[in-house]
Design a binder for this molecule. Structure first.
Ligand code: NDP
Length: 342
């Protein structure tokens, strides 16, 4: 059995979802209510592989909201993630993906030191960040969408916003070793981590967002921003491809311009329908088939019976591991999303 730990994108989204799921009494509650709400096992479902194998899974809503990353609420955010993990373990789930900010909070606040959650001693082998599959899918989206748009990757300038992160650094490694892109622009806030990445890669130009965007043929957004950026289409090179892999999205609003193609990054489409409501809640275009690649990683680990924390720790993702999970992804019927949002 596999598990998925997720969260909603903001308080407004949480209120909308509570209403939709018939919890109208919660829809009238404010932020304080969400701070005190415990995790909930929201639904159970099964997933079929194209090989014919069927696995059982469930979704746990952590009730964490990105607004809790405000410094006064960090302890609440941490409690939400640890409680959701303890709930997954109590249900004896073999492998659970820590979606969106769950894994970021785990790493950022070094939660491996917090093994004991009341009467549950967390076994970290049962959890995966899902970031290896996410990074692999984003790289395939870069390759396949570029081919679709006639962008020559050999000559293309690719900007990675969030380059020093777990997913961003893996994407940079792949672009450096496998795809071979013309120029690689590295964007993040911490200069020292950027310099370390540049030295590990042996290439890449460190740039601010404002300097990089007008130069980039492809922009990969994988920054851990609790709220998306409001950007004007004027700042981008045209034509260009924007791959937004953030959750919540790094781009706050839809960018509508005929020469700017936007792709939801780190999203996979399964070949067979799944009877669940969770992807409707997070507003996927085709909720019965589309999902976050990190969630799909838990499914792949369960299909393959690799019941281990395949993706764990920060900046440890290798190209070899991306290839390995990529093979499993294809075998079980998952494809990178290639339909442009605009
Ligand atoms: P990490 O915390 O490991 O890395 C985040 C990166 O973003 C760092 O390089 C950080 O560097 C940078 N960053 C943060 N804020 C800013 C900012 N304001 N401007 C520029 N850079 C910034 O995160 P992950 O790699 O684990 O996740 C990245 C994103 O992907 C998140 O939004 C996450 O929710 C999403 N995600 C999507 C999944 C999917 O299945 N589609 C799965 C898992 C995650 P610095 O702090 O120095 O700025």
């Amino acid at each position: 059995m596999f598990g998925l730990i997720g969260h909603l994108t903001n308080l407004e989204h949480a209120i909308r979802v509570a209403e939709k799921l018939g919890y109208s009494q919660y829809a009238n509650e404010g932020f304080e209510f969400w701070c005190s709400a415990p995790p909930v096992l929201l639904e159970r479902f099964e997933v079929k592989s194209v090989t014919g194998e069927v696995i059982q899974g469930c979704y746990i809503e952590s009730c964490f909201l990105p607004e809790m990353l405000d410094s006064r609420r960090i302890k609440t955010a941490i409690r939400k993630i640890l409680n959701a993990m303890a709930l997954a373990q109590k249900h004896n789930i073999h492998i659970t993906a820590l979606g969106g900010f769950s894994s970021i909070i785990f790493e950022e606040f070094n939660l491996k030191e917090n093994k004991q959650v009341r009467n549950v001693e967390l076994d970290f082998q049962r959890f995966t960040t899902g970031n290896t599959h996410t990074a692999y899918i984003i790289c395939r989206q870069i390759e396949l969408a570029s081919a679709k748009l006639g962008i020559d990757l050999d000559k293309a300038t690719v900007a990675v916003c969030g380059a020093t992160g777990d997913i961003g650094s893996a994407v940079c490694r792949w672009l450096n070793q496998k795809t071979q892109v013309g120029d690689l622009l590295l964007i993040a806030r911490n200069r020292e981590r950027l310099e370390n990445l540049q030295s590990d890669l042996g290439r890449g130009k460190i740039m601010s967002l404002d300097t990089a965007l007008p130069l980039a043929d492809i922009v990969v957004w994988v920054a851990s921003m609790p709220k998306g950026l409001q950007l004007s289409p004027d700042i981008f090179k045209k034509p260009c491809l924007l791959i937004d892999g953030g959750y919540p999205k790094n781009l706050a609003s839809k960018i509508e311009h005929p020469d700017i193609k936007v792709l939801n990054g780190g999203i996979v489409e399964h070949s067979l329908d799944i009877n669940w409501t969770i992807m409707e809640i997070v507003e996927m275009e085709i909720p019965s088939r589309q999902m976050f690649a990190c969630f799909a990683e838990a499914m792949l680990l369960d299909f393959e019976k690799w019941h281990t924390n395949f993706s764990w720790g920060r900046n440890q993702i290798t190209v070899e591991k991306m290839e390995k999970i990529g093979k499993a992804s294809l075998k079980h019927g998952f494809q990178p999303l290639l339909t442009f949002a605009s």
